[in-house]
Design a protein around this ligand. Structure first.
Ligand SMILES: *Cc1c(COP(=O)(O)O)cnc(C)c1O
Length: 385
């Protein structure tokens, strides 16, 4: 019988024990029964009872849960989302390789593509994801190893067509699906090769786990694992445990957070002190139809552009009492940040303008508080600017 992903979030990633909550294996090393078994573990793929950089049973449970939710053969966890991104790039690309990436990827991803990649002789072409066919036409046959998309994008919530990325043949395709979570969309079902999440965000969901994860076909994930063991951005079992617990409650958290996000986005859109609101499930979003086609919900982030500048935003946040000024997202508390001076700080004015990150832009991560209390907090602060 076909099962709802909401149910899979409860059933997936269980080991053989009778314990209902995941078991924490904090150890880094396991004993082998003899030299034959030790050789087997040292030379095979993904031993999870050998040495923890190769694998750890608690981390494996988390990986199984993500693989099942993404409809993947295999998943691999990392110490952070950036650990996942940098490992995948360095596992698949060499000096002389070429990468196509959308121009509005996560700030640290862009910094990695423009800094270390350039230094290592990996060329990167940035494309505007809202231009149909932009990714495919930037691919250089024989040289392009990787195509990187992120949807929804952070912080402006642009939507990239998963079908368009999945249709690209030749290079490996990767979609950073962090903002959607595995319950919001499944890129692999559209033909994409690798789905990636910063599990630090919605999957973990409680601001107490720093973790990244990728999922895809076993052969590809195994080959990335072979490099990953040398790269060393291994996931902590403590964080994997917290994130697996996060998966159990992801569905109900998303239900509250996405309902609040849409209601707040609607209310702010017509507010006289607000210049514009971006939210994928808002009818005014330029890719509203595409968002509905490929996403089950609009996500937990709302981008709000105030009529004003940095000082206006600063005054506004000083009058908020529920929403905390902090980066990150997906946790229980509502957070607000000023992307131009935090997550996107250090980028040229030109990049900021081309990706819609203005001085009046604020990014809200909608938490689990009652919607009415959040709206009251935000409208009260707006009245005071
Ligand atoms: C946070 C984030 C990352 C990086 O993840 P870390 O866990 O902070 O390393 C990558 N992509 C997106 C979209 C993110 O939001």
């Amino acid at each position: 019988m076909p099962q709802s992903p909401d149910t899979t979030a409860i059933t997936a990633g269980r080991d053989q024990s009778s314990a209902l909550s995941p078991t924490l294996w904090p150890n880094t090393v396991w004993e082998s029964s003899g030299l034959h078994e030790a050789r087997q573990r040292a030379t095979g793929f993904r031993a999870d009872s050998f040495y923890a950089r190769f694998g750890n049973p608690t981390v494996t449970q988390f990986e199984h849960a993500v693989a099942e939710l993404e409809g993947a053969e295999s998943a691999l966890a990392f110490g952070s989302g950036m650990g996942a991104i940098s490992t995948v790039v360095l596992a698949l690309c060499s000096s002389g390789s070429h990468i196509v990436a959308q121009n509005n990827v996560y700030g640290a991803t862009l910094a990695f593509l423009q800094g270390p990649c350039q230094r290592l002789g990996i060329d990167v072409t940035l494309v505007d994801p809202s231009v149909p066919g932009a990714f495919a036409s930037a691919v250089i046959p024989g040289r392009t190893m990787l195509v990187i998309a992120e949807t929804p994008s952070n912080p402006r919530l642009g939507i990239t067509s998963l079908a368009e990325i999945g249709a690209i043949k030749g290079p490996f395709t990767l979609v950073d699906s962090t903002l959607a979570t595995p319950l919001g969309q499944n890129p692999l079902a559209h033909g994409v090769d690798i789905v990636l999440h910063s599990a630090t965000k919605g999957i973990g969901g409680h601001n107490d786990a720093l973790l990244g994860v990728i999922a895809g076909e076993k052969e590809l994930i195994d080959s990335i694992w072979s490099y990953s063991v040398l790269h060393g951005a291994a996931a902590s079992p403590h964080d994997a445990l917290n994130a697996l617990r996060g998966i159990r409650t992801l569905s109900v958290r998303l239900e509250r957070q996405t309902t609040s996000a849409l209601e707040i986005a609607r209310a702010l859109e017509s507010h006289p002190k607000v210049a514009s609101v971006s939210y994928p499930f808002l009818e005014s979003h330029p890719q509203y139809a595409l968002a509905h086609e490929q996403m089950r919900h609009g996500g937990t982030i709302v981008a709000v552009e105030l009529k004003g500048d940095f000082d206006t935003c600063n005054t506004f946040v000083s009058h908020l009492s529920l929403a905390h000024t902090a980066t990150s997202f997906g946790g229980p508390e509502t957070l607000v940040c000023h992307p131009a001076t935090s997550t996107q700080a250090g980028f040229s004015e030109e990049v900021l303008v081309s990706t819609g990150v203005t001085q009046g832009l604020l990014r809200f991560s909608i938490g689990l508080e009652a919607t009415s209390d959040l709206l009251a907090d935000i409208t009260n602060a707006l009245a005071l600017i």
